[in-house]
Design a protein around this ligand. Structure first.
Ligand code: ATP
Length: 438
């Protein structure tokens, strides 16, 4: 039997991190139990208003390990092994005191917005809880109703953390990626991180299965957080086997320990593939561009679509030029989150499906009788020969086609302004190539 431990909402912007608590649980419990599978970092709906940062929850599984053993980390100089599966029976209640002590000693209880919760279950909650929590807003009652097996449920303060804790335990990966997290020694918490940017670029180029490492457009490292939390950096990728080697190539501050997590990052699990306009969801909409894109104060670019405005915000940098290059009549597939007030779609990425022809006027129509160019009668009002009075429609102007600055295909913001859950285009292409080759 496997004990499914889910934890959420232990940290604040001032410090700590739920993934560090995962490392603490692994460090403490691997002295008596075996870790089963990879520890899991499960991102939930990025549009939840009460999240601290990236709406991440964790799930770790323990039992009497069996099957193949994999090295998945190193903590305090001790190798951390994970087993393929577990055998025999165990009592989830026996873990309760040790997990409570860790959660209670490592949670930011003084923060008003920190509301920890954890579960220790002998089986996973219903799969639907994960899908609802990654795509919609879930109530505590709904989360508790998804529990299917006996175990421990523990809530602190308003207990909201139990939603994420149970949703993380409910995750059955349809698609998955991995992230190796490097931890800082406690004496360094809150001090500036020392990482060599060139080594990050080299790692990015040498390990093709990793992604979102360096933002070449803004020339900055993406693997390191900016908060005073205990994480030094995290490298994301599709192949867990190469992540420890990738970690070794990063120059600068030495990590005090590391763990490879299995995650739903970069999977697009949060995207509802239907054009629902429910606020606080992320949707995919196929639509036609209605008006010319406009740049508003703050550098944000607004695109008028059928019944809704879509916005590419300033941090998406050069991606805004793609949006600016769209023209009325173009067909696009837009992925983005629905904001409640004002009701807009915050663009995460887009696919140009088809482009209209764009032309520019070279000259007014020629009046063949007078051999003179007709005069314009105003915007879209057509033309008139000033000499003989003959009228010409607006479409009679002499025009030439101009080449469009865009091609059909997918476009995304630079690595530094992507959402954790958003599937990078490099990964999307790689997966479709692998599918085609299979
Ligand atoms: P970090 O990424 O730094 O670990 P965070 O961004 O995950 O922090 P939390 O402090 O964990 O933020 O807060 C998120 C809170 O929202 C948790 O209490 C979690 O249970 C709850 N939550 C997560 N997803 C949903 C959802 N879909 N509906 C309702 N509540 C949710």
């Amino acid at each position: 039997m496997v004990a499914w431990i889910g934890v959420d909402d232990t940290d604040s912007l001032q410090g700590m991190c739920t993934t560090f608590l995962a490392a603490e649980i692994v460090r403490e419990l691997t002295t008596d139990y075996d870790l089963v599978g990879y520890p899991r970092l499960v991102r939930l709906n990025p549009n939840v208003p009460w999240k601290t940062r990236g709406n991440g929850a964790i799930c770790v599984r323990f039992g009497h390990g069996a099957g193949r053993r994999t090295l998945i980390g190193e903590l305090e100089g001790r190798p951390i092994w994970s087993h393929a599966w577990a055998r025999g029976d165990d009592d989830v209640w026996r873990l309760r005191a040790r997990v409570s002590t860790l959660v209670e000693s490592r949670s930011e209880f003084q923060e008003p917005t920190t509301n920890p919760g954890f579960c220790i279950l002998s089986g996973q909650p219903a799969a639907s809880l994960y899908w609802n929590a990654v795509r919609r807003i879930v109530s505590k009652e709904e989360a508790l109703a998804a529990v299917r097996s006996p175990g421990v449920l523990r809530e602190y303060k308003n207990g909201r953390g139990i939603i994420g804790a149970l949703a993380a335990a409910a995750w059955r990966p349809r698609d998955r990626t991995y992230e190796v997290l490097a931890y800082r020694g406690e004496s360094r918490w809150g001090t500036p991180r020392v990482l060599d940017p060139d080594s990050v670029k080299n790692m990015d180029r040498s390990f093709a299965s990793t992604f979102n490492n360096y933002d070449y457009e803004c020339d900055r490292i993406v693997i390191a957080p900016h908060s005073p939390c205990p994480i030094l950096f995290g490298i994301r990728g599709d192949d867990p086997g190469v992540l420890p080697a990738a970690l070794q190539t990063i120059k600068g501050e030495s990590p005090a320990g590391w763990i490879v997590f299995e995650t739903n990052q970069g999977t697009d699990d949060h995207v509802i593939p239907a054009p629902t306009l429910e606020p606080r969801t992320t949707v995919q909409v196929d639509t036609q561009v209605l008006g010319l894109p406009r740049t508003i104060r703050g550098g944000h670019v607004v695109l008028e679509m059928n019944g809704l405005e879509a916005v590419a915000y300033e941090p998406s940098k050069g991606f805004r030029n793609i949006v600016r290059a769209l023209r009325p009549g173009d067909r696009v597939r837009v992925v983005g989150s629905i904001r409640a007030q004002p009701k807009t779609l915050n663009i995460e990425k887009l696919q140009v499906l088809s482009l209209v022809e764009e032309s520019r006027k070279l000259a007014n129509p020629l009046c063949l009788r007078c051999q003179k160019r007709a005069k314009s009668m105003g915007t879209r009002a057509g033309f008139r020969c000033a000499r003989c009075g003959q009228r010409f429609p607006h479409s009679a102007a002499v025009r030439e086609l101009v080449s469009r600055a865009l091609e059909p295909g997918w476009y995304e913001p630079p690595a530094g302004s992507r959402r954790h859950l958003s599937q990078p285009l490099s990964r999307r292409l790689d997966r479709s190539r692998r599918r085609a080759a299979a």
